[in-house]
Design a protein around this ligand. Structure first.
Ligand SMILES: [Mn+2]
Length: 341
């Protein structure tokens, strides 16, 4: 028999989940053959970061051995999001990397390193490598395999006086995982937990451009306005882009695997196409030779600022830039290079 699948959500006052969050989780559970367990009473009289460590055992004792998707209550799941339960077995511990913004440090230092080292010292374990730091909104694990690991984390509660600083749950979990089950840490695609604090342009747009949004910190203000249900035809993050409308008409139910936008300028067309076609690869052409450039690039050529157009274009695609391929045209005689193929 297949193991039970449970979406477990700590939903504590005073910050209960809003209506659209509830509906999007319930709809996802239905599609994924899972149950949602809303935990609306405190599991222990400790900080909510520490209560996250008690969720595994709570689910196990209420439901039995389960494949658990532990979610924060400030996320939205788009109605076409595939099942993360199908991507990993219950023996794996699945999470999404905290590292999500090219404007932040992407080396192995920074506050994550400091946080993991401080918690490692407090708990007398080895600190996990910085780049393993997860975004704490989503964890996917089997309750049987990881119950004992969470129990070992909970043993640190009293000796550390229940400290709740330094990315508490993320650091505690990643350090313990690294010490106990290093071979079982698996990263889900970033689509499964896109931090809205690192994607401010996505946060204020009501049309979701990926599968799971996490409204961290200040970005929570935008959660109520966000549309998790896809419509027919699909809503566009940039509805004013006529070229997208034409392509949607043309493609119908059968979009191509790849589409070329020609010279890179503004991101609206690419952003639209990538947002509504989760498997589409978009290609585009770039050159820093003035005579190869789109006419709209004239002022950037004159002012020597053409690099800003490319940088901005890629940044605005967010994590969907993974599905963008840059064609670089060096000059008239050079062969077209298609990166990644
Ligand atoms: Mn959260």
């Amino acid at each position: 028999m297949e193991m039970k699948r449970v979406i477990a959500v700590l939903d504590l006052p005073p910050r209960r989940a809003s209506q659209n969050v509830r509906e999007s989780y319930e709809a996802a559970a239905k599609r994924w053959d899972a149950d949602v367990l809303w935990i609306d009473e405190h599991l222990q009289p400790v900080h909510p970061f520490w209560q996250k460590m008690f969720v595994c055992d709570h689910v196990h004792s209420k439901v039995g051995p389960s494949h658990v998707l532990q979610l924060d209550n400030d996320m939205l799941i788009r109605s076409d999001c595939p099942s993360p339960f199908d991507l990993l077995t219950p023996k794996n511990f699945g999470m999404v990397a905290e590292r999500q913004s090219a404007n932040n440090r992407i080396d192995n230092g920074g506050w994550q390193q400091r946080a993991q080292e401080i918690w490692a010292k407090r708990c007398a374990v080895r600190p996990a490598p910085t780049w393993l730091h997860p975004n704490g909104g989503l964890y996917l694990y089997g309750s049987e395999m990881y119950g004992p690991m969470f129990a070992r984390i909970i043993r640190h509660l009293i000796p550390t006086w229940g400290a709740s600083d330094q990315a508490t749950d993320e650091s505690l979990i990643v350090n313990q995982l690294y010490n106990d089950h290093p071979g079982y840490i698996k990263f889900l695609p970033p689509d499964f937990n896109v931090s809205m604090i690192y994607s401010p342009a996505w946060a204020i747009n009501p049309v979701m451009q990926s599968y799971v949004y996490h409204f961290v910190g200040r970005s929570k203000a935008h959660i109520d306005a966000c549309h998790w249900q896809r419509r027919l035809p699909p809503e566009l993050p940039f509805p004013g882009n006529a070229q997208t409308q034409e392509l949607i008409q043309q493609w119908g139910d059968d979009p191509p695997a790849q589409y070329d936008i020609g010279p890179i300028f503004t991101p609206q067309l690419s952003a639209n196409l990538l947002a509504i076609n989760p498997d589409l690869i978009v290609t585009g052409q770039w050159s820093d030779r003035p005579y190869r450039l789109d006419r709209r690039m004239l002022s950037h050529t004159v002012t020597g600022s053409s690099h800003l157009v490319l940088t901005r274009f890629l940044l605005q695609l967010g994590i969907n830039a993974r599905r963008f391929r840059l064609r670089v045209k060096e000059d008239i005689n050079a062969t077209t290079q298609l990166a990644g193929t």
